[in-house]
Design a protein around this ligand. Structure first.
Ligand code: IPD
Ligand code: CA
Ligand code: CA
Length: 275
């Protein structure tokens, strides 16, 4: 697609996302239909499904040749990254949506032949739309985000879930200890797309997790690249956007320091397993 096509797409997506956001805000004053999926803390609501259907129908209507990977199963099942691929999470942070009624987002990342082209992360209750068309700058609503500057570990706010510092099957619980003792502080917000958008906005300096799906990270990666941040798997290797993956997203400098540290821990015998 050319630049004019992307601008016209942005106009549509922004409208759909704002409509979907209104539906979500309204739904919070009624009663939600909540079910568990793979585990007691893996929730899905009627609204996850409704919003995904709403978005998928529109994408299929206006862009019938495009492919969609989405969480609740209303999208397609692409096996490669050829053409245009949408990575859609109708509600990222469903636990927050159900329990806190805030801090959840609609996340849409769009790739052309495997390259990130456009990203939309709508923090619904803050009415904050993080967005970009690759090469044209990243924005929070109308405010352009500044390019990320190098950050030292000592000055960094690092976002990670407590899962990765207690016994678990994906990463030795001690791999990050030295970094976490040294850094300025840790944070965890429970909505990966917003956490990635916060890295892009410079509000936090790194986001680390051992397991996300393409719909969780698709948009966030594009936004972070647009402002000069770096994203890889935990071991520093490239992310395959069709797969579940660990994600290490950080400001320049900090990303290299964290990868170097993790690699040296693995070289000394600590384990790291991709999902
Ligand atoms: C989840 C959130 C959470 C992350 C989980 C995701 P969901 O997405 O992004 O922060 O830690 O791995 O599955 O299920 O609320 O869309
Ligand atoms: Ca998600
Ligand atoms: Ca979701």
């Amino acid at each position: 697609m050319n630049r004019t096509d992307w601008i016209s797409l942005e106009k549509k997506v922004t409208e759909w996302i704002r409509d979907a956001g209104n539906k979500l805000r309204r739904s919070l004053s009624g009663s939600l239909d909540v079910h568990t999926k793979s585990a007691h803390n893996d929730l899905v609501t009627n609204m996850d499904k409704e919003i995904e259907q709403f978005l998928v129908r529109r994408i299929h209507k206006y862009y019938p040749g495009h492919q969609i990977i989405s969480e609740e199963g209303f999208g397609d099942k692409p096996t490669d990254t050829e053409g245009i691929l949408w990575l859609v999470d109708p509600i990222d942070g469903t636990i927050n949506f159900v329990k806190q009624k805030c801090f959840f987002a609609i996340s849409i990342g769009i790739y052309e032949n495997g390259k990130g082209k456009a990203a939309y992360i709508y923090d619904v209750m803050n009415d904050g739309l993080f967005h970009c068309i690759s090469g044209s700058g990243a924005y929070l609503n109308n405010k352009r985000l500044s390019p990320l500057k190098p950050v030292k570990v000592e000055d960094a706010l690092i976002d990670l879930s407590s899962t990765w510092i207690k016994p678990n099957k994906r990463i030795d619980q001690d791999v990050l200890t030295d970094i976490l003792l040294k850094c300025s502080g840790t944070r965890a917000y429970g909505a990966a797309s917003i956490e990635l958008a916060y890295v892009a906005a410079g509000l936090i300096n790194a986001y680390f997790t051992m397991r996300l799906s393409p719909w969780d990270y698709g948009a966030g990666l594009i936004l972070i690249h647009e402002v000069g941040g770096q994203t890889t798997r935990a071991d520093g290797l490239p992310i395959d956007i069709l797969s579940k993956s660990s994600i290490l997203a950080a400001a320049p400098g900090l990303h290299q320091d964290m990868v170097r540290h993790i690699r040296s821990q693995v070289a000394s015998g600590k384990f790291l397993r991709e999902p």
